[in-house]
Design a protein around this ligand. Structure first.
Ligand code: ASP
Ligand code: MG
Length: 418
């Protein structure tokens, strides 16, 4: 058995969905569990619907939702003339909610609305595959993946989910070769929808791969595989044939947007290989991620723009090591905010963060009780794994360096953006 994950870009248009069908057809004869994201930028559009609803702008929220509805109906009719009544039910679910007044917290509504993106895309694709002769079964993943109620970043109940996978999902393969389900979403024991964090579909696929003991997992992307840098920023980015689980975890940690960081552990634990392949060129080799000794990795470059250096200086000269840094850790956790780099000195803590206006305000306010807070904006963070001085010199040429940290394998520099 194989587990496939198709991301938003691979199903953004009717043409791309036809391409997914071709890929699935080329694997016919083997059991496949297929996890699919919301189409294109649907998740972002749904986020705007929730924000609008939560500002009490009901009419506008409904209008924005109407546009999402229409684009899904359009894609569905482009794919097949056979109508799909299930769509109306899914739309109604959201519309009912939007007619209410928000009384619960924002994250709760976020999950109830945003989850519809994956439900719509998978319903349409499953239906289309059926009409094209690829017999398959659609599965509401909310009946399988049980989570806690930490909305927007829900944690999986592995015991319950495993039980469901063994008793419900596995037997389905006696009736069908292809199961189509959603990434990114789950449900609580009270049947409230939850989400697992942005880009969480890779993780969903890994949960299934692990629990089904699949032979491999494949993530289909619009690039040839994992690259050593973002090709949009570095035109001479290279494709990497083979990586270790460890390397991918490190890359994700430093901010490379390759694979959702939670994806690796379930695969590593059972030593199941992860392939990253191009849905545009499915014949090409792609990248394999597994547990081998790999000699000679190229320098791997991660570049984060729009960074802010937050300098916290202890007011009364309390030593930072006397627990003040753990106060800061707790504060970051409470705000669901995370520094990309930190440095501690005798009486100050430097934290480099993304430029998220609202979080920074809340952070500065809360930390202001203990520290003088100083912010410097307009910075970027360059991380190079397996670096050498040549590449470091090349990528920092002409830049003003504000801070530098390095280990044997990794160098990080904070630079002023010009
Ligand atoms: N649709 C969700 C997102 O855009 C989940 C995913 O694509 O993995 O974040
Ligand atoms: Mg995605």
């Amino acid at each position: 058995m194989k587990v496939f994950k198709f991301g938003g870009a691979s199903v953004s248009t009717a043409e791309r969905i036809r391409n997914v069908k071709e890929i699935l057809a080329s694997y016919s004869g083997q059991p496949l569990l297929v996890v699919i994201s919301a189409m294109g930028k649907t998740t972002n559009a749904l986020e705007t619907v929730v924000e609008t609803f939560y500002r009490n702008e009901k009419e506008e929220a409904l209008r924005l939702f109407e546009a999402i509805k229409q684009s899904h109906l359009d894609i569905c009719t482009q794919l097949t003339p056979v109508p799909l009544p299930q769509l109306a039910d899914l739309f109604t679910e959201v519309e009912w909610l939007l007619h209410d007044k928000p009384v619960r917290n924002y994250d709760y509504y976020y999950d109830q609305v945003v989850c519809i993106g994956e439900l719509l895309s998978t319903a349409i694709i499953s239906h289309y595959l059926q009409t094209e002769g690829i017999s398959n079964q659609w599965l509401d993943v909310r009946d399988i993946i049980r989570t806690d109620n930490n909305f927007r970043d829900a944690r999986i109940d592995w015991v319950y989910t495993n039980e469901k996978v063994q008793t419900t999902v596995l037997p389905l393969f006696r009736q069908t070769q292809v199961l189509i389900t959603q990434g990114f979403i789950g449900a609580t024991d009270e049947n409230e929808s939850t989400t697992l964090g942005r880009e969480g579909s890779d993780y969903t696929a890994a949960v299934f791969t692990h629990l089904l003991d699949a032979g491999s997992q494949t993530i289909w992307k619009d690039v040839q595989g994992v690259m050593n840098a973002d090709p949009k920023l570095y035109p001479d980015a290279e494709w990497i044939r083979e990586l270790t689980y460890r390397e991918v975890i490190e890359m994700a940690y430093y901010g490379a947007q390759v694979i959702h960081p939670k994806t690796i552990k379930p695969l590593q634990n059972k030593d199941i290989p992860l392939y990253v392949k191009s849905f545009l060129h499915p014949q090409e080799e792609g990248t394999v991620i597994h547990n081998r000794n790999i000699a000679g990795l190229p320098p791997i470059i991660v570049y984060k723009q729009a960074q802010v250096l937050v300098e916290l200086t202890s007011r009364d000269y309390s030593f930072v090591s006397e627990g003040l840094n753990s106060e800061i850790d707790i504060l970051f956790q409470r705000l669901k905010f995370k520094p990309n780099l930190t440095q501690i000195t005798a009486i100050s803590i430097l934290c480099l963060t993304d430029n998220l206006e609202e979080k920074l305000d809340q952070f500065a306010q809360a930390a202001g009780g203990l520290f003088d807070v100083h912010l410097e904006k307009g910075l970027s963070l360059l991380t190079i794994r397996h670096y050498n001085e040549d590449i470091l010199a090349k990528l920092t040429a002409g830049k003003q360096i504000v801070l530098r940290q390095q280990t044997r394998e990794t160098v990080q520099v904070v630079m002023r953006e010009q």
